[in-house]
Design a protein around this ligand. Structure first.
Ligand SMILES: Nc1nc2c(ncn2[C@@H]2O[C@H](COP(=O)(O)OP(=O)(O)O)[C@@H](O)[C@H]2O)c(=O)[nH]1
Ligand SMILES: [Mg+2]
Ligand SMILES: [Zn+2]
Length: 288
């Protein structure tokens, strides 16, 4: 018997990490009856026949791609073209926080950054307490910062195309290379149309995963009324709003707006809050 984490699942076989080794396992037949499908990221108990016996309760699960128990979300933005899409950034932080995932921001391409490419993002996120790291995949210093930002657990990488997610993952996986792409190549030629996802292990406690679908993950669980809870810098102020149910949009004596006027909340974050708020209200479903 041992406990481990599923890092890969192909054709009914699951690769489970056990300390620093990997064990290929079957799943107990009964899972199918119970309509539980083991999923990447699941913490499982494996018996002596290398059969998965039990799946621990999931802290969260992304649907597309299916990945369970994400602890951290590394939102990658770029200090050079393509410049940061702060609306997408803020939607991702909201999605993460609403799912119990800790967001962080990696400002990549700092080797070719204009000074204000970095500063703009730092200013945007002021007082959010969302950790922000200026990194690059080129200099030793930049790479070290990428390595150092990783914490225990599973870190998913998300962000718009072209910002350097793949480069960062390759940098992390290095030549210790961890079957990068190998299996997915095989699957591409097969009948599978779904994206193949797996966790990559940096060390015994640290896993990373590219999440092609995360940005499209529908965070409709967040409604307009609770949106403010997922703006940590608002949370510091909204107890002082005159109305308990203040939406911080039009009400009088809004303490969040006061903080905005005082410069404690960045104007661009507040503007994005209003945009997201209105999108949720309209349920235009372009909350992606
Ligand atoms: N100068 C510089 N270029 C980078 C860096 N990271 C990625 N790139 C380049 O940016 C482009 C997009 O990178 P890629 O990893 O494919 O981005 P993805 O779409 O987010 O996966 C590629 O041409 C990379 O070589 C970096 O830190 N510095
Ligand atoms: Mg990529
Ligand atoms: Zn308010």
């Amino acid at each position: 018997m041992f406990e481990g984490k599923i890092i890969k699942g192909v054709g009914g076989l699951y690769t489970v990490s056990r300390g620093d080794e990997l064990v290929v396992c079957n799943a107990r037949g009964v899972f199918r009856k119970e309509k539980i499908t083991p999923c990447i990221g699941d913490n499982v108990t494996v018996n002596d026949d290398n059969c998965i016996e039990d799946i621990k309760d999931r802290k969260n699960i992304l649907i597309r791609p299916p990945v369970a128990n994400i602890d951290h979300l590394a939102i990658v933005v770029s200090a050079q073209l393509p410049y940061a899409d702060t609306l997408m950034l803020d939607k991702l932080t909201v999605s993460a926080l609403s799912l119990g995932i800790e967001p962080m921001v990696l400002i990549n391409k700092c080797d070719i950054a204009t000074d204000d490419g970095v500063q703009k993002i730092v200013d945007h996120l002021k007082n959010t307490d969302i950790p922000c790291f200026a990194v690059d995949c080129v200099s030793e210093e930049g790479i070290n910062r990428i390595v150092n930002c990783l914490k225990k657990g599973v870190t998913a990488f998300a962000g718009q195309s072209g910002v350097g997610k793949t480069s960062i993952l390759n940098t992390l996986l290095g030549d210790g290379g961890y079957e990068v792409g190998q299996l997915s190549e095989k699957l591409k030629r097969g009948r599978h149309t779904t994206r193949h996802v797996e966790l990559h292990r940096i060390n015994e406690d640290v896993f990373v995963v590219d999440t092609p679908g995360f940005s499209k993950y529908d965070a409709e669980v967040v409604d307009a009324e609770t949106l403010g809870r997922y703006f940590p810098e608002f949370v510091k102020h909204y107890k002082g709003c005159a109305f308990n149910s203040c939406s911080h949009t039009h009400e009088p004596d809004c303490n969040v707006k006061k903080a905005l006027e005082n410069g404690e909340i960045s104007r661009s974050r507040y503007n994005n809050y209003i945009k997201i708020y209105e999108q949720i209200k309209q349920r235009k479903a372009n909350y992606r």
